[in-house]
Write a protein that binds this ligand. Structure first.
Ligand code: ADP
Length: 585
């Protein structure tokens, strides 16, 4: 039993629907004793009739009728009440899950398969988490009922004590099979996600275009089919295993029940027990079968629900743990940002190794290197999206982990190559770069080039973009990029401004124009706040303008200096520069 999970779920239910929760808590023990009372009532009734004892007949009839009626209705009422609790407390869990996911201090959970699996399993399932988690109460109910049944059977003959024991294999096998089903669900979650992703890729206009040009549509469809077949095979094997195990457990019990009935008949014939005892054993034995079904069902449901609740608590703890930082970032950078012995890995081999680097306040720094050399990863560490696995990043001497992550991010602005295409009104797609100043997009739209895009839209800046939220206008790659760049201009006084190849889809003239405008804005904030501008680019016309150029290779810094210094060094930078320059000669 996972008590923390049960306590958490009951706590939420008590907070949001106290009356209903108490009703369920009272019905739990009542539901446990009424089946036993029914069997006892029937025994009294039969013995009363046979011995002509009127009070026993009346008492037995009333007891059997009242308890029987409650046993029939009580379970149903409890089921309905737990479902209602799910619909009351579930949405609260859903809201928290979304908020926690959206405000986790780092984005590491979005790039880690295990975290994604957990989030996938609870996403939008708050209601199911509560209703299936509360199935634990049915498990408790059946447990109490089992104890009462054991005592009543022992009263007939001690050997009958063993009857409920024959339920144990069934319970154990059911638990094994529910774990097996859970493993199968977890195993298929990633394939499911990959298949959904492929489906989106196949049906989304942009990627569909590339798939057709590359004639790889059939290949993508074949991968999707393979994923589905693998998923079906895993679930099929699990279903067979679960069915087989459950059947074996049931057969063991049925054999024991028949033996118990035979023994009681012998005892009644020899006069050791009253004839009513036969009815008691038959009724209890018959209930064992039904109650056992309830118990196994409740065990499976609660195992699933408590696993979901476990994921919920994991996310809560992950969110609460944060990075621990509470300090406000400096209003103005005096020294700069320093990386000391920084290592990083996404869980596999190291991606950054022993990075020692000082980004001086007010400087423009360019990161250069082949694809996969670690440039974007370094940017993610500086933005605070990931924490280094070794070493430290300090801002004017204060570790980034000591700064309040949200406050740090308010002083960071970034435009990435894989920027988002927000399906909002055009002005909102720019304004979300700095929510509190959402209505003041004029300057940013001008500087990032969004103003030119607005001018060509049917309803100007009030035009809906993209197709995801309705019939919006689809923009070209370059137009989307201008929107993303303008978004990056929204923050007025950043301490760190990152341009991670956001101009890759622009032509050379537009890129030059963007960087010119960017350089102007950068000068403004570099003077005002000592802010650092970090450029990731492959175009040397842009790179050579930087005050400091850092060359990465295989996650290490291999060269670092000004353009002139690196050309003098005649190393990798000079070689790459020559290659690009000769292409223009
Ligand atoms: P660059 O920006 O220089 O192209 P990246 O920082 O994107 O390089 O990637 C550096 C290395 O880290 C590459 O080997 C890449 O495959 C790996 N990598 C990047 N993102 C992830 C991720 N989310 N999970 C695992 N590996 C990653």
């Amino acid at each position: 039993m996972r008590f923390t999970e049960i306590r958490t779920l009951l706590g939420e239910c008590l907070r949001h629907a106290p009356g209903r929760t108490w009703l369920v808590l009272v019905l739990t023990p009542l539901g446990a004793i009424t089946p036993g009372l029914t069997a006892l009532g029937l025994q009294w009734l039969v013995d009363g009739v046979l011995s002509g004892a009127r009070p026993l007949v009346i008492g037995g009839a009333v007891c059997a009728a009242a308890a029987g009626a409650f046993a029939l209705a009580g379970t149903r009422v409890m089921q309905v009440q737990t479902d209602l609790l799910g619909s009351e407390a579930g949405p609260v869990l859903d809201r928290r899950i979304i908020r926690w996911c959206a405000t986790l201090p780092t984005t590491a959970h979005l790039e880690d398969a295990d975290s994604l699996r957990r989030i996938e399993q609870i996403r939008g399932l708050g209601q199911r988490t509560v209703t299936t988690g509360l199935a634990s109460l049915f498990v408790v109910q059946s447990g109490i009922w089992l104890v009462i049944t054991t005592i009543l059977l022992a009263g007939v003959h001690p050997v009958l004590l063993a009857l409920p024991l024959f339920a144990v294999p069934s319970i154990l096998l059911t638990r094994t099979s529910s774990r097996r089903a859970e493993t199968a669900r977890a195993e298929t979650a990633e394939r499911n996600r990959a298949e959904q992703h492929l489906f989106t890729t196949i049906t989304e206009a942009n990627s569909a275009k590339e798939l057709r040009l590359g004639a790889s549509g059939a290949h993508a469809a074949a991968i999707a089919r393979r994923l589905r077949e693998e998923r079906t095979a895993i679930l099929w094997r699990a279903t067979l295993a679960v069915g087989g195990l459950t059947l074996i457990g049931s057969l063991v019990f049925v054999a024991a029940f028949l033996g118990a009935l035979f023994l009681t008949v012998q005892l009644a014939l020899s006069g050791t027990v009253s004839p009513g005892a036969l009815l008691l054993v038959a009724t209890l034995g018959g209930q064992i079968r039904g109650q056992l079904d309830l118990l196994t069902h409740a065990l499976t449901r609660s195992a699933y629900g408590l696993t979901l609740a476990g994921h919920y608590l994991w996310l809560r703890d992950l969110h609460a743990a944060g990075t621990g930082g509470t300090l406000a970032p400096p209003g103005r950078l005096r020294d700069g940002i320093t990386l000391s012995g920084v290592d990083f890995s996404y869980g596999g081999p190291p991606v950054l190794r022993g990075i020692d680097l000082r980004l001086p306040a007010g400087a423009t720094v360019a990161l250069v290197g082949d694809h996969g050399s670690g440039k974007t990863t370094l940017v993610k560490l500086l933005c605070g999206f990931h924490l280094p696995t070794g070493g430290s990043v300090t801002v004017d001497g204060t570790s980034l982990t000591e700064l309040d992550p949200a406050a740090w991010r308010e002083r960071v602005t970034a435009a990435f190559q894989d920027f988002s295409r927000f399906p909002f009104l055009a002005r909102e797609a720019v304004g979300v770069g700095d929510l509190p100043r959402m209505d003041d997009i004029g300057r940013a739209a001008e500087k990032g080039g969004a103003a030119q895009v607005f001018a060509r839209l049917p309803e100007g800046e009030r035009t809906r973009l993209g197709k995801a939220l309705g019939d919006g206008v689809e923009l070209s790659g370059g137009q989307w990029q201008k929107i993303a760049l303008s978004r990056a201009f929204m923050r007025p006084r950043p301490l760190l401004a990152v341009l991670d190849e956001p101009t890759a889809a622009l032509d050379a003239a537009s890129e030059y124009e963007v960087y010119q405008r960017y350089a102007e804005a950068a000068q403004e904030w570099q003077r005002a706040t000592g802010g650092i501008t970090l450029l990731v680019s492959h175009r040397f016309a842009t790179i050579r303008m930087a005050d400091l150029i850092v060359v990465l290779d295989g996650g290490r810094i291999i060269e670092c200096g000004t353009h002139a210094e690196l050309i003098d060094l005649s190393g990798r930078y000079a070689h790459l520069y020559d290659l690009q320059a000769s292409a223009y000669r």
